[in-house]
Design a protein around this ligand. Structure first.
Ligand SMILES: Cc1cc2nc3c(=O)[nH]c(=O)nc-3n(C[C@H](O)[C@H](O)[C@H](O)COP(=O)(O)O)c2cc1C
Length: 153
């Protein structure tokens, strides 16, 4: 296949906040968010995935077995600025809901944009984890976020 068919391909070293790192293959090709679907996942208080719905499995291109027990940062795309996730964690750790636009990395190296809402799950006054629900973002919000994140990197 030519580059025009697949988008450019490169290997990028991704360093995570907790000090771990991995080399990921990045394919500059978007997989459009499917109409009418909600992508849902739940994590424990540390961001380890405890639940993934079928739409999440399908869009991430990982199996459910690969996702459960893994840190949610497995989806982090190198085009996302660290400051976006600092804002996410500050907000949800203080017990508030966070909303934002996220470019996610699939197992096959392609990407997909989501409009994410992350909420803290509180049971009997205790934080037990977080839930993220993603919806299809508008094209104009994707373009705005791309431009903003480019300046923040
Ligand atoms: C419920 C929940 C859902 C999350 N969803 C995503 C996601 O879809 N994509 C992503 O890159 N990070 C997501 N994160 C943030 C990651 O935990 C992580 O902070 C981020 O990928 C950046 O990685 P880093 O903190 O190692 O730099 C989510 C966190 C929580 C608590």
């Amino acid at each position: 296949m030519s580059e025009q068919d697949t988008g450019s391909v490169s290997d990028v070293l991704i360093k995570y906040y907790d000090g771990t790192e991995r080399t990921a293959t990045i394919v500059d090709e978007e997989v459009p968010y499917p109409d009418g679907k909600l992508i849902v996942s739940r994590t424990d208080p540390q961001g380890i995935i405890t639940h993934a719905n079928q739409a999440f499995v399908d869009m991430s291109a990982y199996t459910r077995e690969e996702l459960i027990g893994t840190n949610h940062y497995i989806l982090r795309h190198p085009d996302m600025p660290a400051v976006a996730f600092q804002g996410l964690w500050e907000t949800i750790e203080s017990g508030k809901k966070w909303q934002g636009y996220v470019k996610n990395l699939r197992k096959d190296g392609k990407y997909y944009w989501v409009k994410a809402t992350v909420i803290p799950n509180i049971r009997n006054g205790k934080l037990v984890g977080y839930t993220s629900v993603r919806r299809k973002p508008s094209r104009s919000k994707i373009r705005e976020s791309e431009a903003l994140y480019e300046t923040l990197k």
